[in-house]
Design a protein around this ligand. Sequence first.
Ligand code: COS
Length: 394
Amino acid sequence: MGDRSYLDWPFLEDHHRVLERDLRAWAKTELAELGHEEPRDDDALNALSLRMVARLAEGGWLRYCVAAPHGGLTEKFDVRALCIIRETLAQYSGLADFCFIMQGLGSGAISLFGSDELKAEYLPGVASGERIAAFALSEPGSGSDVAAMATTAREDGDAYVIDGEKTLISNAGIAAQYVVFARTGEAPGARGLSAFVVDGDAPGFSVTERFQVIAPHPLGTLTFDGCRVAKSRMLGAPGDGFKVAMASLDVFRSTVGAAALGFARCAMDQAMERAKTRISFGKPISEFQLIQEKIADMALNIDASALLVYRSAWTKDTIGGRATREAAMAKLHATEAAQQVIDQAVQIFGGQGVIVGNVVERLYREIRALRIYEGTSEIQKLIIAGQALTEDAT
Ligand code: COS
């Protein structure tokens, strides 16, 4: 196993170190059999995802995904714990990491903005793995530009009626509940959106498309056709939807960086083993300076990512506020750097690295989506630049 000195950094507390140790021991045994299956068939993938969520629940890890006292361990999200868990799970199974964090992202807006009734109704089942959660923000015509969303929610008596389409939604089809964003029209653009909790069996709601992706996980399109949702299912106030979405992403974006870090560490471990044992020109390739240059770049990228990820999580946990800039930096750097680290690992493996079934080949596919979801690298740059320019003007 590679460098673990980051665990001694002052960003973390002792309970985080205990969490990492316990989770690693658990993952070694409990994910050994489920961890690397990659079914291409939708039903098999759904079934595997449900088994994975159940296993994570048995381990007690999903309790980090929701607020106390509704099944969670802490009243506020422990972002460092979420990062430790993603970083560790990602080293054993991309699907485990995905299933874990979707319970958090899919219900995070309820923990952050839900009424006590909504929290009591929806969160315990997420923590116990009985209810799968999903986050429905993106649309065919609105990905990065959230404020351009076209799905509408029209007030009608004691309910809102939702019409429109959400796409590229993780857990589509297996989720029991969806946090859905729609235009309620209090104002143009970002100020006219609201957030709702919609049940997976609500009349007028259906999953109309499924996608196959390079690293398989459940993903699809949702259609809302006159879908009535009681007003009591709104998260926050009418018009708060953009804020609800961004505040959720402020918590979960740095965890995307943490998952990338886990993938990168796994690739580094694989590459070290390969470099030390592969003989070329009469000696292990680790003795060649061109390989050593790659190793140095990989190690540096991993440490820089870890510093940004845990700085961001620490800022959110201890200083509070949005920490949007820190999260953007962590996600941007860790995901881009992990892509490079994994690419270098494939290069060190040579032809073996592109054979299906090789760990680095799987990682090469796993990492790609992280540079896109929860805000592309380009959006993170806009956020970082925007904040720098604002600060400069004050
Ligand atoms: N928390 C709370 N409020 C926030 C916020 C945050 N993190 N970020 C912005 N806001 C508020 C702003 O303060 C502003 O409020 P006022 O109108 O009252 O001033 C409002 O929201 C609009 O903000 P802004 O003008 O910055 O919004 P933009 O439309 O320019 O969009 C980006 C900002 C591009 C950063 C945003 O749309 C984004 O993050 N897009 C990526 C979305 C994404 O991650 N999609 C993936 C789906 S999840 S897999």
